[in-house]
Design a protein around this ligand. Structure first.
Ligand code: NAP
Length: 415
């Protein structure tokens, strides 16, 4: 028999209001929001005034509140709130991917030590139930990869620029007007947001806790018309796709890069603000989940699902983290990529191991070939400052040392 929970809610913005709405409309599940703590006084709130407070201790010190739902937009304040709540043996539900990615190990430890539950389905791909799918369904099967579209803002911009030929600026403005993109879209367009989500999924899929600074994220800020022309001529779309891939020797590689997507790929038709996740199991093969990765009600529904799970005593078991054969994270891999560049010096900065296609025209130049991810990591700032565009042409990732062993010494192409 499930218990009626008393919730202390932090944040009453897009997701907080979404939760409030779906909870009120829910017929099958009831929980009481006892207090809502927000930041700015003087805002008009569509809720009974006595529910609102500006003092976090009104929730944290209240022994009747057994669940803290953290839905604020500041990862530092969120860390203080969530860690304090866990120490006070309150269960926590959060949608905050940045908080989680930055403090995964510490938060894991706190929920273990205090024997409480920390759930965060809404933090990775909004309403797509990917974390519980990994925790419950794929808890034992080894996985080969997880990839997909984890960020609605960039997918919206890419859809509008490629399908409808809008300029990047117009597409971004539209995304902001429609509420998909924040006024400061840096975290989305530079690929931080999908990286945080990939880090969370890497824990549940492979038992890995990876620091955000170890994972490459290159977003879509340097996309130009030439890149769109290249993609269109080949019949590709461009999507920003995190890749979490298991390799030989029990290694796993994680990175976020734009990618050309062919029509046969399930992600090809995941357009606008939608997200899609592909999970590949060793035995089960590929599974594909698609849904709304953001938005008030879809994200509120994911939060409510966690609160409901809590009422049944649900906790993540982190089975893959606890097991003995946790893989090793590596960036020493070769990926196949397109690089649109300006001058020969750019290629000197980004040494390709092998080049299969090259073009040099009056307006722009590109190569397609294999490059070590480590070069992209060390030259990330160079790529962005010089407005080069790097884009995966397929999903293949190979361990660098393996390629060298099987093909002898790989030859560096000189220019
Ligand atoms: N929006 C989405 O579709 C979506 C999807 C998935 C996950 N998320 C995550 O969900 C979280 C909330 O996002 P959102 O879009 O709902 O943000 P939002 O609309 O900007 O709302 C943020 C809320 O947090 C409150 N707040 C900020 N700092 C606070 C503090 N120190 N103490 C108490 N309240 C504080 C704000 O108070 P005031 O009202 O007083 O300003 C506001 O109510 C973020 O972590 C975000 O990454 C969002």
């Amino acid at each position: 028999m499930s218990k009626k929970l008393k919730i202390g809610l932090f944040g009453f913005g897009c997701v907080g209001q979404g939760l409030y709405h779906v909870l009120n409309k829910s017929t099958g599940f009831k929980a009481d929001i006892k207090k809502i703590v927000v930041k700015n006084k003087g805002k008009d709130r569509k809720v009974e005034p006595e529910l609102i407070s500006y003092d976090k201790w009104e929730i944290l010190n209240d022994p009747e509140i057994d669940v803290v739902v953290e839905l604020i937009d500041n990862a530092d304040d969120a860390f203080d709130i969530v860690s304090e709540a866990l120490k006070r043996k309150k269960h926590v539900v959060t949608a905050n991917k940045k908080l989680l990615a930055l403090h995964l190990e510490e938060l894991y430890r706190l929920q273990e030590e205090n024997n409480v539950s920390l759930l965060y389905e809404a933090a990775a791909c909004g309403s797509i139930p990917i974390i519980r799918t990994l925790e419950e369904y794929f808890d034992n099967e080894e996985l080969e990869k997880i990839s997909g579209i984890f960020n609605g803002t960039t997918n919206y911009i890419l859809t509008k620029t490629i399908n409808e030929k809008l300029s990047y600026e117009t597409a971004l403005k539209q995304a902001q007007e429609q509420g998909f993109a924040e006024s400061d879209p840096t975290s989305d367009v530079e690929g931080y947001d999908p990286k945080f989500k990939a880090i969370i999924l890497a824990l549940h899929a492979f038992g890995l806790i990876i620091k955000p600074e170890e994972v490459l994220n290159i977003g879509i800020t340097t996309l130009q018309d030439e890149d769109i022309t290249y993609a269109s001529e080949k019949g590709y779309k461009i999507k920003l796709t995190p890749v979490i891939r298991r390799l030989e020797d029990n290694k796993v590689s994680v990175f976020v890069l734009p990618r050309f997507i062919k029509a046969a790929n399930q992600l090809y038709n995941v357009d606008n603000e939608f997200n899609g996740v592909i999970v590949e199991g060793v035995f089960s093969g590929e599974q594909f989940l698609q849904g709304r990765g953001a938005g008030s009600l879809p994200t509120g529904a994911a939060v409510l699902s966690d609160v409901s799970a809590l009422s049944h005593g649900y906790r993540y078991e982190f089975k893959k983290y606890a097991q003995k054969h946790v893989p090793e994270f590596t960036n020493d891999v070769l990926v196949t990529a397109y690089l649109r560049y300006n001058v020969a010096e750019d290629l000197g900065q980004l040494p390709f191991e092998e080049i299969t296609e090259r073009y040099s025209g009056g307006k722009y130049q590109y190569v397609v070939g294999r490059i070590n991810l480590r070069h992209l990591i060390s030259r990330r700032a160079y790529i962005l400052e010089n407005k080069l565009f790097i884009c995966l042409v397929n999903e293949q990732v190979s361990l660098h040392e393996r390629v060298q062993q099987t093909s002898g010494k790989t030859e560096l192409v000189s220019y």
